[in-house]
Design a protein around this ligand. Structure first.
Ligand SMILES: *[C@@H]1O[C@H](CO)[C@@H](O)[C@H](O)[C@H]1NC(C)=O
Length: 451
């Protein structure tokens, strides 16, 4: 897993920006990129991250069943869900954020997804089925499955894992407001996704989103409650207040009933990602404040400040910098759409390296991504079980990964636009679910503009 890469941030910002702009008509040059192809691949990627028993419809066939005993240590069925990145741990905090962002992508742009929409719904359901299991015992929420330290020592296919699959659970005595509230956000957002196509499932998700009350009533960070399950991997650096507000905002969006009143000043909006939600909160709330004006609100000014502070010509103090090739680095109008398109096109190959940072898209893309399943030959080629270190030789090999994790967007280039296609360079070469999830919505949007 990589918690500090740049594309995660850039792409996270893209969807919140594009989310504001669906009404804008655009006059630009013809598309250089095949957004339909990229969209389809960005969703396919999630099949490569699946944990549990795979369905007969599985398209990424080099992956097989894995982690079928998850939850056994606590006498529960906790199979399913997603591995977060290039390892085999199920981190529910970023997994829930991924599911919220996939849901937001469908809520905003599902109508532009065409034949990909069913696949997007499947990707969301793979997360929500698991979150229903993670929240099935009242007064508790599963935070992580799989001992991250044990997992990270080994370079092993998920199908072969024999590292400890410890279940880390937050409770009323040992709470975890960030992970519980983010799961509530994912359940509320996904309930909106399924409201037309599967009413019963949608109701089930919305009912379970009441886990928000647990998150809010028993306040504390999972940092302290589950220790090495969370830190230093997905430590809640930013605190849990943003997730509480984010969860409440999604519940409000799904039910139109205020679940909780918070005094809120809009927070720090320079970032948006699996840990920092303030930017997303301001955009989300601005959408309904614009149609239901209230006398004073911090949301629209904060949302504007976010959007303006990232533009290169912005007079405001910039919260981000740009590489020489033009990639938005760390940190409404045609200009914003153009700006977003430039970011998307960069990632798809319009950059100084003429390289796509999405695996399997275009003619040049990363060949040695940091991902256990992609690096080690699949069960089809190498059926024999491999122990903890038996995969090391494949990690060290100079040859490309044998299994294409199609659609995976990697961490990406450095600030000088250079990219090292190396399994050792985790920040650049590792894909994560929460990079891809918001990108799905952005690609659907550009696919509708340039069909
Ligand atoms: C979680 O732990 C990290 C690292 O020690 C720390 O920076 C952060 O403030 C902690 N978060 C909370 C909410 O306690």
């Amino acid at each position: 897993m990589s918690s500090s890469n740049s594309q995660q941030l850039a792409i996270g910002l893209l969807i919140v920006i594009v989310g504001m702009l669906t009404m804008v008509t655009l006059v630009t040059s013809a598309a250089q990129h095949n957004y339909a192809d990229a969209l389809s691949k960005s969703i396919l990627f999630f099949e490569g991250q699946r944990s549990g028993r795979l369905p007969p419809t599985q398209r990424m066939t080099w992956r097989k069943n894995s982690a079928l005993r998850d939850g056994l240590d606590v006498k529960r069925d906790l199979t399913g869900g997603y591995y977060d990145a290039g390892d085999n741990v199920k981190f529910n905090f970023p997994m829930a954020f991924t599911t919220t962002m996939l849901s937001w992508s469908v809520i905003e742009f599902g109508k532009s997804m065409g034949s990909e929409l069913p696949h997007a719904l499947e990707a969301i359901r793979w997360g929500t089925d698991y979150f229903l299991k993670s929240t099935s015992v009242r007064g508790s929420v599963v935070g992580v499955v799989g001992d991250p330290n044990g997992d990270h020592i080994c370079w092993q296919r998920p199908e072969d894992m024999n590292t400890p699959r410890t279940s880390y659970i937050v409770t009323t005595q040992k709470p975890g407001s960030e992970v519980s509230a983010e799961i509530a956000a994912a359940l509320a957002a996904s309930s909106m996704v399924f409201s037309a196509s599967d009413k019963a499932y949608s109701m089930l998700l919305l009912t379970r989103a009441r886990v928000f009350e647990f998150a809010d009533k028993y306040r504390g960070s999972y940092n302290d409650s589950i220790g090495s399950g969370a830190c230093p991997f997905y430590c809640d650096f930013n605190g849990y207040k943003d997730e509480l507000i984010w969860g409440a905002a999604w519940l409000y969006k799904a039910t139109r009933k205020p679940s909780q009143a918070f005094a809120y000043n809009g927070g720090d909006v320079t970032e948006f990602g699996w840990d920092a939600k303030h930017a997303g909160i301001n955009i989300l709330v601005s959408q309904w404040v614009m149609t239901n004006p209230v006398e004073s609100n911090p949301f629209i000014p904060k949302a504007d400040a976010l959007v303006c502070s990232i533009l290169p010509e912005s007079p405001a103090p910039k919260s981000v910098t740009y590489s020489r090739g033009g990639l938005l680095f760390k940190i409404g109008s045609n200009r914003l759409v153009e700006f977003t398109k430039r970011q998307v096109d960069y990632i798809l190959g319009s950059n100084p390296n003429s390289m796509s940072y999405m695996v399997g898209y275009g003619s040049r893309f990363p060949q040695k991504i940091h991902h256990r399943g992609s690096v080690i030959p699949s069960i089809d080629q190498h059926p024999k079980h491999m122990q903890c270190h038996e995969g090391d030789m494949y990690f060290k090999a100079q040859t490309p990964n044998p299994n294409l994790l199609i659609g995976a967007i990697v961490g990406g280039p450095d600030q000088d636009d250079t990219f090292q296609d190396s399994r050792c360079n985790v920040a650049q070469s590792e894909p994560t679910t929460y990079i891809n999830a918001p990108f799905v919505g952005v690609l659907a949007y550009f696919n509708s503009l340039f069909p």
